[in-house]
Design a protein around this ligand. Structure first.
Ligand code: PHB
Length: 395
């Protein structure tokens, strides 16, 4: 066994320095609780990985009100609605009119940059680019060992370990007697970053006979778009023309809508599944975000759910550590999962309402159109979408 180069004692060690881990570290700092954040990626790797771009109203409030940054309000774009497009026409769902709320277009990479800057500003202990993380003794006295970039082995001891280490979590398997709930889908998303002006001021979720497409935005000159594809698709074999043909086909219509084209800068196939692990806590180990649950990207709930988890978790840890209320830890799974399952349903529902499954019948196609028509022509139906999309109130 290699000798330890250092041992650090802290109150909370957070495995995973993405948005969930950093937001937790920030909220704990505000509550006077020390934490150390470790991550096997480098800051640069995280900053350049594209993820979804929509923040719920309360995610925006959390960033602004907790003192991370108000850049989301100046550089982000408020979206007061989305369009559902089917049968060759777009139907606007007006969030402000229906529920008095908006969401914000602000990419996850920007959220990460803001959170990282806030932790650096506040003197946070952040250790990126580490390897071989080993979490032990989570029931009694947790330790987390890791190797730094120079090959030295280090130990962190803490009262609490939080696994915010994403869908390939090393913490998740340490939750004893957990149940895992899965749902696979027979399709994936082909995601592209393109150099073009925006085609629309808000997001367009389109359902066409060939399948789903989503038109999202990034800046005045770069746009984000997706279309449903086979999960085994190799994006590197797709020419720009073939990509545009797919997008044009799925956005075609009778209302003069025009999709603006340009060079494809990046192409990836995104995994697509629903997953929940319960419980989210074992002893002094608690999971947050993708480490505990995954949603398909339709509806952009992933980051928002992770931020909702850490909001609850910061409060639970404040009670546990600052108020010696040990029963607080017992409340975490139930509080977090009640929102997780609402979001699981919402993401599944938006997915199945808009995607095409090979081998289905005319009945299924017409039923799907019936559902969309019922939704856009009913205030009750549209309100459910608006409420879920902008985010259910937090409690
Ligand atoms: C995105 O802009 O990347 C995005 C937006 C909405 C989604 C998924 C992804 O539902």
């Amino acid at each position: 066994m290699t000798a330890l180069a250092s041992t650090t004692a802290t109150q909370v060690v957070i495995v995973g320095g993405g948005p969930a881990g950093l937001m937790l570290s920030h909220l704990l700092h505000n509550a006077g609780i020390d934490s150390v954040v470790i991550d096997n990626r480098t800051v640069e790797q995280i900053e350049t990985t594209h993820r979804a771009g929509i923040l719920e109203r309360d995610s925006v409030r959390l960033l602004v009100d907790s003192g991370v940054s108000d850049r989301v309000l100046t550089d982000g774009h408020e979206h007061a609605g989305i369009a559902l497009r089917f049968g060759g026409l777009s139907h606007r769902i007006d969030f402000q009119k229906l529920v008095g709320a908006s969401c914000w277009l602000y990419p996850q990479t920007a959220v990460f940059v803001d959170l990282h800057a806030a932790r650096v500003r506040d003197g946070g202990d952040l250790r990126y680019g580490i390897t071989d993380t080993e979490v032990a003794d989570v029931v009694d006295a947790p330790t987390v060992d890791y190797t730094d970039a120079d090959g030295s082995r280090h130990r962190i001891t803490a009262r609490i370990v939080v696994g915010a280490d994403g869908s390939r979590s090393v913490c998740r398997p340490l939750i004893d007697q957990a149940t895992q709930y899965f749902r696979e889908y027979p399709f994936a998303w082909f995601g592209v970053m393109v150099q073009a002006p925006p085609s629309a001021p808000e997001l367009i979720y389109a359902r066409a006979p060939e399948g789903f497409a989503l038109i999202s935005q990034r800046t005045d000159t770069v746009q984000r778009m997706y279309f449903q594809c086979d999960p085994r698709e190799d994006p590197s074999t797709w020419s720009d023309d073939r990509i545009w043909a797919q997008l044009h086909g799925r956005l075609a219509g009778h209302d003069g809508f025009e999709l603006k084209e340009g060079p494809v800068l990046e192409r990836t196939v995104l995994p697509f599944r629903s997953f929940v692990q319960s419980p989210m806590r074992h002893g002094n180990l608690l999971l947050a975000g993708d480490a505990a649950h995954t949603v398909p990207p339709t509806g952009a709930k992933g980051l928002n759910l992770a931020l909702a988890d850490v909001r609850v978790l910061a409060e639970v840890l404040d009670r546990t550590i600052n108020k010696s209320d040990d029963a607080a830890l017992d409340t975490y799974t139930e509080r977090a999962l009640s929102r997780v399952w609402k979001a699981q349903h919402f993401s599944y529902w938006m997915t199945t309402m808009l995607h095409h499954v090979d081998g289905t019948t005319d009945f299924d196609d017409l039923r799907q159109l019936g559902e969309l028509n019922a939704l856009v022509s009913s205030e009750a139906g549209s309100t459910y979408l608006a409420e879920g999309y902008t985010g259910w109130p937090q409690h």
